[in-house]
Design a protein around this ligand. Structure first.
Ligand code: GAR
Length: 192
Protein backbone atom coordinates (compact mmCIF):
# COMPACT_ATOMS: atom_id res chain seq x y z
CA UNK A 1 0.00 0.00 0.00
CA UNK A 2 1.45 3.31 -1.13
CA UNK A 3 1.71 5.89 1.64
CA UNK A 4 0.96 9.23 0.01
CA UNK A 5 0.52 12.94 0.65
CA UNK A 6 -1.94 14.99 -1.41
CA UNK A 7 -1.09 18.67 -1.95
CA UNK A 8 -3.91 21.14 -2.69
CA UNK A 9 -4.41 24.90 -2.66
CA UNK A 10 -8.18 25.11 -3.03
CA UNK A 11 -11.35 23.08 -3.14
CA UNK A 12 -9.79 19.62 -3.04
CA UNK A 13 -12.32 17.76 -5.19
CA UNK A 14 -9.47 15.66 -6.62
CA UNK A 15 -8.29 14.86 -3.11
CA UNK A 16 -11.80 13.68 -2.26
CA UNK A 17 -12.09 11.59 -5.43
CA UNK A 18 -8.80 9.85 -4.65
CA UNK A 19 -9.82 9.20 -1.05
CA UNK A 20 -13.22 7.85 -2.15
CA UNK A 21 -11.50 5.50 -4.64
CA UNK A 22 -9.33 4.23 -1.79
CA UNK A 23 -12.41 3.67 0.39
CA UNK A 24 -14.11 1.79 -2.47
CA UNK A 25 -11.04 -0.44 -2.78
CA UNK A 26 -10.17 0.78 -6.28
CA UNK A 27 -6.84 2.31 -5.33
CA UNK A 28 -4.26 0.63 -3.12
CA UNK A 29 -3.00 3.68 -1.24
CA UNK A 30 -3.25 5.50 2.05
CA UNK A 31 -3.47 9.29 2.22
CA UNK A 32 -1.48 9.87 5.39
CA UNK A 33 -1.35 13.64 5.01
CA UNK A 34 -2.88 16.56 3.15
CA UNK A 35 -0.57 19.51 2.58
CA UNK A 36 -1.90 22.96 1.73
CA UNK A 37 -0.10 26.23 1.08
CA UNK A 38 -3.38 28.08 1.72
CA UNK A 39 -4.41 27.75 5.36
CA UNK A 40 -8.21 27.77 5.47
CA UNK A 41 -8.68 26.27 1.99
CA UNK A 42 -11.79 24.09 1.60
CA UNK A 43 -9.58 21.00 1.20
CA UNK A 44 -9.01 21.21 4.97
CA UNK A 45 -12.72 20.65 5.60
CA UNK A 46 -12.79 17.72 3.18
CA UNK A 47 -9.72 16.18 4.87
CA UNK A 48 -11.31 16.59 8.31
CA UNK A 49 -14.40 14.74 7.06
CA UNK A 50 -12.14 11.73 6.42
CA UNK A 51 -10.07 12.23 9.60
CA UNK A 52 -6.96 12.85 7.54
CA UNK A 53 -4.40 15.21 9.11
CA UNK A 54 -3.59 18.47 7.35
CA UNK A 55 -0.24 20.25 7.29
CA UNK A 56 -1.11 23.87 6.43
CA UNK A 57 1.89 26.09 5.78
CA UNK A 58 2.00 29.50 4.20
CA UNK A 59 5.17 30.15 2.19
CA UNK A 60 4.94 33.73 3.45
CA UNK A 61 5.95 32.64 6.94
CA UNK A 62 9.33 31.40 5.72
CA UNK A 63 12.44 33.34 4.74
CA UNK A 64 12.86 31.45 1.47
CA UNK A 65 11.18 28.90 -0.78
CA UNK A 66 13.88 26.40 0.24
CA UNK A 67 13.00 26.85 3.92
CA UNK A 68 9.29 26.50 3.14
CA UNK A 69 9.85 23.30 1.18
CA UNK A 70 12.25 21.93 3.80
CA UNK A 71 9.50 22.28 6.44
CA UNK A 72 7.21 20.27 4.14
CA UNK A 73 9.89 17.63 3.47
CA UNK A 74 10.45 17.24 7.23
CA UNK A 75 6.71 16.67 7.72
CA UNK A 76 6.56 14.20 4.80
CA UNK A 77 9.50 12.24 6.23
CA UNK A 78 7.93 12.23 9.70
CA UNK A 79 4.85 10.62 8.13
CA UNK A 80 6.83 8.11 6.02
CA UNK A 81 5.39 9.55 2.81
CA UNK A 82 6.49 7.71 -0.34
CA UNK A 83 4.61 9.63 -3.04
CA UNK A 84 3.57 13.26 -3.43
CA UNK A 85 0.33 13.75 -5.36
CA UNK A 86 -0.33 17.33 -6.46
CA UNK A 87 -4.05 18.02 -6.89
CA UNK A 88 -4.67 21.69 -7.54
CA UNK A 89 -1.46 22.75 -5.79
CA UNK A 90 -0.99 26.09 -7.52
CA UNK A 91 2.71 26.62 -6.94
CA UNK A 92 5.91 25.61 -8.70
CA UNK A 93 7.83 22.85 -6.96
CA UNK A 94 11.53 23.55 -6.61
CA UNK A 95 14.82 21.90 -5.78
CA UNK A 96 14.31 20.97 -2.14
CA UNK A 97 11.15 18.93 -2.76
CA UNK A 98 12.24 17.63 -6.16
CA UNK A 99 15.50 16.28 -4.74
CA UNK A 100 13.87 14.74 -1.67
CA UNK A 101 11.16 13.06 -3.78
CA UNK A 102 12.93 12.48 -7.11
CA UNK A 103 10.51 10.90 -9.64
CA UNK A 104 7.95 10.52 -6.84
CA UNK A 105 5.90 13.68 -7.45
CA UNK A 106 2.95 13.70 -9.85
CA UNK A 107 0.46 16.35 -10.92
CA UNK A 108 -2.88 16.64 -12.68
CA UNK A 109 -3.60 19.46 -15.11
CA UNK A 110 -6.90 20.35 -16.83
CA UNK A 111 -5.69 20.41 -20.45
CA UNK A 112 -3.96 18.19 -22.99
CA UNK A 113 -0.41 19.30 -22.24
CA UNK A 114 1.70 20.80 -23.67
CA UNK A 115 -1.29 22.96 -24.62
CA UNK A 116 -2.50 25.51 -22.06
CA UNK A 117 -0.10 25.14 -19.12
CA UNK A 118 -0.36 27.37 -16.04
CA UNK A 119 -3.36 29.01 -14.51
CA UNK A 120 -6.93 28.69 -15.79
CA UNK A 121 -6.20 26.08 -18.45
CA UNK A 122 -9.94 25.65 -19.08
CA UNK A 123 -10.39 29.38 -19.67
CA UNK A 124 -7.36 29.36 -21.98
CA UNK A 125 -8.86 26.49 -24.00
CA UNK A 126 -12.22 28.25 -24.32
CA UNK A 127 -10.57 31.53 -25.30
CA UNK A 128 -8.59 29.72 -27.98
CA UNK A 129 -11.76 28.13 -29.35
CA UNK A 130 -10.50 24.55 -29.32
CA UNK A 131 -13.25 21.95 -29.67
CA UNK A 132 -11.44 19.28 -27.69
CA UNK A 133 -9.40 19.73 -24.55
CA UNK A 134 -8.71 17.27 -21.77
CA UNK A 135 -6.74 16.20 -18.73
CA UNK A 136 -3.09 15.24 -18.21
CA UNK A 137 -1.37 13.37 -15.38
CA UNK A 138 2.40 13.85 -15.41
CA UNK A 139 5.56 13.61 -13.37
CA UNK A 140 6.63 16.94 -11.89
CA UNK A 141 9.84 18.72 -12.70
CA UNK A 142 10.91 22.32 -12.12
CA UNK A 143 8.81 23.65 -15.00
CA UNK A 144 5.21 24.85 -15.10
CA UNK A 145 3.08 21.77 -15.90
CA UNK A 146 5.99 20.16 -17.74
CA UNK A 147 7.53 16.77 -16.97
CA UNK A 148 6.99 13.32 -18.50
CA UNK A 149 3.36 12.48 -19.29
CA UNK A 150 1.80 9.46 -17.59
CA UNK A 151 -1.81 9.56 -18.82
CA UNK A 152 -4.16 11.77 -20.83
CA UNK A 153 -7.82 11.82 -21.74
CA UNK A 154 -9.67 14.04 -24.21
CA UNK A 155 -12.76 15.99 -23.15
CA UNK A 156 -15.06 17.81 -25.59
CA UNK A 157 -15.60 21.55 -25.15
CA UNK A 158 -19.37 21.74 -24.66
CA UNK A 159 -21.02 24.60 -26.63
CA UNK A 160 -18.12 26.89 -25.71
CA UNK A 161 -19.72 26.87 -22.27
CA UNK A 162 -17.43 27.25 -19.31
CA UNK A 163 -19.61 25.68 -16.63
CA UNK A 164 -20.50 22.56 -18.62
CA UNK A 165 -16.95 22.06 -19.88
CA UNK A 166 -15.50 22.55 -16.40
CA UNK A 167 -17.86 19.94 -14.96
CA UNK A 168 -16.90 17.45 -17.67
CA UNK A 169 -13.20 18.09 -17.07
CA UNK A 170 -13.49 17.64 -13.32
CA UNK A 171 -15.36 14.39 -13.81
CA UNK A 172 -12.63 13.17 -16.19
CA UNK A 173 -9.93 14.26 -13.73
CA UNK A 174 -11.38 12.31 -10.85
CA UNK A 175 -11.47 9.12 -12.91
CA UNK A 176 -8.14 9.54 -14.72
CA UNK A 177 -6.14 10.44 -11.59
CA UNK A 178 -7.37 7.40 -9.69
CA UNK A 179 -6.56 5.08 -12.62
CA UNK A 180 -3.14 6.62 -13.27
CA UNK A 181 -2.18 6.45 -9.59
CA UNK A 182 -3.21 2.80 -9.39
CA UNK A 183 -0.93 2.01 -12.36
CA UNK A 184 1.88 4.11 -10.93
CA UNK A 185 1.79 2.59 -7.45
CA UNK A 186 1.64 -0.90 -8.97
CA UNK A 187 4.93 -0.16 -10.78
CA UNK A 188 3.27 -0.29 -14.18
CA UNK A 189 4.21 3.17 -15.45
CA UNK A 190 7.22 3.62 -17.66
CA UNK A 191 8.20 6.88 -19.32
CA UNK A 192 10.52 7.29 -22.25
C1 GAR B 1 -8.00 20.91 -10.98
O1 GAR B 1 -8.78 21.14 -12.13
C2 GAR B 1 -6.54 20.70 -11.35
O2 GAR B 1 -6.36 20.00 -12.54
C3 GAR B 1 -6.07 22.12 -11.46
O3 GAR B 1 -6.68 22.77 -10.36
C4 GAR B 1 -7.95 22.17 -10.12
C5 GAR B 1 -8.08 21.86 -8.65
O4 GAR B 1 -9.38 21.41 -8.33
N1 GAR B 1 -4.63 22.21 -11.44
C6 GAR B 1 -3.91 23.07 -12.18
O5 GAR B 1 -4.43 23.91 -12.90
C7 GAR B 1 -2.40 22.92 -12.08
N2 GAR B 1 -1.74 23.81 -12.98
P1 GAR B 1 -9.67 20.70 -6.94
O6 GAR B 1 -9.05 21.56 -5.83
O7 GAR B 1 -11.16 20.66 -6.83
O8 GAR B 1 -9.07 19.33 -6.98
Amino acid sequence: TANIAVFASGSGSNFQAIQEAIVRGELDANIALVVTDKPGAYVETRAANFDIPVFAVSPKSFASKAAYEQAIVDELRANNIEWVVLAGYMRLVSDTLLTAYASKIVNIHPSLLPSFPGKDAIGQALAHGVKVTGVTVHFVDEGMDTGPIIAQIAVDVIDGNRELTEAAIHKAEHKLYTQALQQLFAGKVRVN
